[in-house]
Structure formats: C-alpha cells, structure tokens
Design a protein. Structure first.
Length: 302
C-alpha cells in the first residue's frame, strides 16, 4: 500500500501544529474501502443478474481465481496476507492459494448459522445499471464478511505504511526547521545494519563530535506500552512521539533518553532543547508558519 506525497505533507503539518494526524489515515481507509466495496458489489450484482447463485463454486471461480493477485485472493478467502503470514510463516503464491481451505470452513459456518437461525433473514439489494438484484441471507453474509476483512486489511496496511513513509520526512523537516547542518544528521534510507547491537531497520541518526545518536520515531497513542520496549531494545538516544503519557516521559528520563512530544502545545520546540543537550548546531525557532512548513516539505518531497 502507498500513500501520496500530499498525505505525507498533511500528516507532518498536523504533527508540527500539535493536531491529531489520524484523520488523514482514516480518510484514506474510507476512500479505498468504499472504492473496493463499489467494485465488489458490481461484480456480485453482475453475476446475480446473469442468474448465477452466489454459491461456493461460483465464488471460488470468480473471487479465488489463481489469476488474481495475492492480496485479492487472500481477502476474498476471508483472510488477509498478514494473517496468512502469521499462520503459515510465508505469503508465497502457493501458500496463499492453499490457505483458501479457510473459505470452505467459512462457507460451511455461514450455512450452519442460517439453518440454525432460520427466523432471521437478511437480504442485500444491489442496483447496477438500473437493474436490481437481491442476495439471500447466505450470499449477504458472505459479502459482508469479505467487506469486513478488506477493511481490516486496509486499516492495518495503511497505518503501517503511514508510519514508515512519514517518520524519515518528519525528522528531516525538524532538522530543516532548526537549520541543523547536513553533517549533523544521517538520513540514510531504512536499511539493515548488522554492525549495531540490534540487527533491524535504522531510522535516523543525529551526529555530534563523532557520536551517533539514534532517533526513534513513534506516531503512537497515549500510554502505548510498546513505546518503552522499543526504545530500550534499540538503545535509543532520542525519542520523537505524537503523544506521550507522563509515565512514558518518566521512563525516558530514567533511561537518559531525550524525548519530544509533538501533541503538546508547540511540542516541536523541545527538539531545539534536545539539539542543545547533544551539542548539535542549530537555530532557535520561536514560531512556525504554515507556509514555511509547506516550503520545507515541497523541497524535501520534490
């Protein structure tokens, strides 16, 4: 999944103006999900119009066809690729296709539920090209489940993608804003570094007097328990977060980790305090205008 450069800019602007950035991701999830729903309903409506019952055989032939891409096959089977990866340790084509056995169980569960609760009826009415078709309760539940799985997959994927795409540019924006010299930070694209104590992706380093200060960026919610684990595991020196609880701050202070909480009023200003403590050249920032941020981001993402 990808997010646009404009969305990255919008998120960073909201972060530096101490606003909640999540609406940007929610809007993306809604837009992509609704587009998927319309296309999915269209295919179901066409099939129903052509006098096909939405049976397990038809569904497999149409939505679990091996010619489809893996993401489509996974979602249409009632799973997403991340779940398949956790279950089978891989998401190769053969494994994703083999995982479709889950769909047989799902379909049987739907049939059992409809038989057990015969007093309940659900009918979805879909109109396509001025032709109306109705789905019975089994067909309706199958469609509803697929839509639920797709939204969950979009939600997980876009939140993860947003973090990975925004973090580096957030740090670069802060450095540009405080006019940190290029030689005082390392913005190398995420790569694995086996020379470090923990072999995993490297985010961002501030540099001073030959010392590298590892920065950890987490766009998390208040009191997220993963925060302390992350900074301890990686020997972090600087922790940049959207929101930090007092407990999070106390944990950082006790570990000698410099922190910046962007959600606090003018929270970005604490980055200047961190630079001062690390003896990194910079210019004090009193206020940030929207236009100055736009100019910085346009230059970084050109």
């Amino acid at each position: 999944m990808t997010i646009s450069e404009q969305t990255i800019k919008n998120i960073i602007c909201r972060l530096l103006f101490s606003k909640d950035y999540r609406i940007e991701i929610v809007n993306l999830i809604n837009a992509e999900f609704l587009q998927f729903a319309i296309e999915f309903f269209s295919r179901v409506a066409i099939a129903k119009y052509e006098s096909h019952d939405i049976t397990i055989e038809w569904y497999k032939k149409t939505f679990l066809n091996e010619s489809l891409n893996l993401d489509e096959i996974a979602v249409n089977s009632g799973l997403n690729k991340k779940t398949i990866s956790n279950m089978y340790g891989s998401t190769t084509r053969n494994i994703v296709i083999d995982a479709n056995e889950h769909f047989d169980k799902l379909y049987n569960t739907i049939q059992e539920l409809t038989d057990e609760h015969g007093e309940i009826d659900i009918k979805l009415n879909i109109e396509f090209n001025n032709v109306s078709v109705k789905l019975n309760i089994s067909e309706s539940l199958l469609v509803i489940n697929t839509l639920a799985v797709k939204r969950a997959a979009l939600r997980g994927g876009l939140w993860s993608t947003a973090g990975k795409n925004v973090e580096k540019y957030l740090m670069l924006t802060l450095c540009e804003l405080f006019k940190v010299p290029n030689e005082n930070y390392n913005a190398t694209q995420f790569v694995k570094d086996k020379g470090k104590k923990v072999d995993r992706e490297v985010d961002f380093y501030l540099l001073s007097g030959g010392i590298e200060y590892l920065c950890e960026i987490k766009l998390m919610g208040k009191g997220n328990p993963e925060s302390a684990d992350a900074i301890i595991a990686r020997d972090t020196n600087v922790f940049i977060a959207d929101t930090l609880s007092q407990q999070n701050k106390n944990q950082c202070d006790s570990l000698g980790i410099h922190w910046v909480c962007l959600r606090e009023p003018h929270g970005y200003k604490r980055f200047g305090y961190v630079l001062e403590k690390l003896d990194i050249p910079h210019t004090k920032v009193n206020n940030v205008s929207e236009q100055s941020l736009v100019n910085i981001l346009n230059n970084l993402l050109k």
